[in-house]
Design a protein around this ligand. Sequence first.
Ligand SMILES: *[C@@H]1O[C@H](CO)[C@@H](O)[C@H](O)[C@H]1NC(C)=O
Ligand SMILES: *[C@@H]1O[C@H](CO)[C@@H](O)[C@H](O)[C@H]1NC(C)=O
Ligand SMILES: *[C@@H]1O[C@H](CO)[C@@H](O)[C@H](O)[C@H]1NC(C)=O
Ligand SMILES: *[C@@H]1O[C@H](CO)[C@@H](O)[C@H](O)[C@H]1NC(C)=O
Ligand SMILES: *[C@@H]1O[C@H](CO)[C@@H](O)[C@H](O)[C@H]1NC(C)=O
Ligand SMILES: *[C@@H]1O[C@H](CO)[C@@H](O)[C@H](O)[C@H]1NC(C)=O
Length: 395
Amino acid sequence: MEAPIAKTMKLYSRVVTTTIPAATTTNNKNNTTAPVEKFFKLLLTFFIMLGLSGLVLYQYAYPSPFYQRSYSQSFSPRNPMKENQSSPSRGALQGNKISPSNDTTPGKQISPGNDDKTLEKVLDQAAMEDKTVIITTLNAAWTEPNSIFDFFLESFTIGNGTKNLLKHVIVIAFDAKAYFRCLAVHTNCYALKTEGIDFADEAIFMTKDYLKMMWTRIDFLISVLEIGYNFVFTDADVMWLRNPFHRFYSNVDFQIACDHYWFNSTDLHNSPNGGFNYVRSNNRTIQFYKFWYKSKDKFPGKHDQDVLNMIKFDPFINKIGLEIRFLDTAYFGGFCEPSKDLNLVCTMHANCCIGLDNKIHDLKMVIDDWKNYMSMPGHEKFTKIINWTVPRRCF
Ligand SMILES: *[C@@H]1O[C@H](CO)[C@@H](O)[C@H](O)[C@H]1NC(C)=O
Ligand SMILES: *[C@@H]1O[C@H](CO)[C@@H](O)[C@H](O)[C@H]1NC(C)=O
Ligand SMILES: *[C@@H]1O[C@H](CO)[C@@H](O)[C@H](O)[C@H]1NC(C)=O
Ligand SMILES: *[C@@H]1O[C@H](CO)[C@@H](O)[C@H](O)[C@H]1NC(C)=O
Ligand SMILES: *[C@@H]1O[C@H](CO)[C@@H](O)[C@H](O)[C@H]1NC(C)=O
Ligand SMILES: *[C@@H]1O[C@H](CO)[C@@H](O)[C@H](O)[C@H]1NC(C)=O
């Protein structure tokens, strides 16, 4: 159960570092050529670099539908010259980013500070060495002071060995208020605009907006995988109390926490919870996420987690060879099934809880329980089993 990721991802970084400098060298040799020629050579080099890095990152040569995703337009940088460093993909393939043009990019609503925040740049900024990021999504209702987002951030600082993970957390904001709140208290923020929807209010469980928000998230995560980043997706109502990487399975494509952990980790009959999972970027996971997302049309009115439960036995999963593991609630607990021993717990999720006020109330208790636990003398901590006082108002 050692942290596994380094192996594959080393491969990525090795390839990247060998291809890109090669292109840069070509570039330097051309310093003496005439300006026009030089410009075109630069341009060419630029495209070659893009092509190469695209190849490496995507691992396959055909252009991906990622470029057509509507949200990706919304917050792309408006200063085209900034694109060179940050984005290895989209802008250049659209072919309009090299020559200066008037600022007509849509998505101005969430404007200041967003200029060079392409997704690629935010991912790059936040990633661990092995290209893994921690992603959460937020809307305005969860960012009120003393609300979920504050608890989420606090958990990293009071958790044991989790503080250093904060710099790898990317907050995906669904609306302007969440975005600005993120900017005020956190480094890695990304605004994700969804056409025709304002996610600012509390998205009531299973309403149309709630569903849309959940599916937008799956769609977004496809992009992250396609760009070549592994991720831990975490709902913001998951408290991070110990470093989960010590408990993840090695070399597994897709591992996911459970509402109820009934069986062993490979048994598909477990009840997964879509609010916490660890996914490695590869062809299988990209295909799987696309399949998951597409399946929403087969099961209208269902949220991602329900659909996951329906597709987890689908022969397609076997066909693509996706390896799935379910994470034990002893380490990755929630209000549905709390970890029984605080000496083991990594994360605590406010699942099985409907209503923002209830959630906030019980999460506050989680934070207090944990602080009490951490302030106990060592011998007391480890010599008895220490229990949560939650859930109280949830479920
Ligand atoms: C990006 O372009 C700017 C302006 O032309 C330049 O100063 C900068 O060095 C470039 N960065 C890279 C990584 O090419
Ligand atoms: C940019 O827009 C302004 C005003 O809309 C216009 O006068 C100008 O010609 C445009 N420039 C380019 C390069 O399109
Ligand atoms: C916290 O982490 C340190 C270092 O890994 C460990 O020695 C200590 O026992 C941990 N404390 C708790 C309460 O888990
Ligand atoms: C775990 O579950 C899998 C899938 O149902 C099963 O094949 C395997 O025998 C189980 N292992 C144990 C130790 O029960
Ligand atoms: C990746 O998946 C595509 C189908 O989406 C398939 O055509 C391709 O052969 C796969 N590549 C590898 C290396 O498995
Ligand atoms: C944890 O607390 C619950 C109720 O608060 C109790 O039913 C359960 O037995 C406790 N578990 C342990 C291991 O102490």
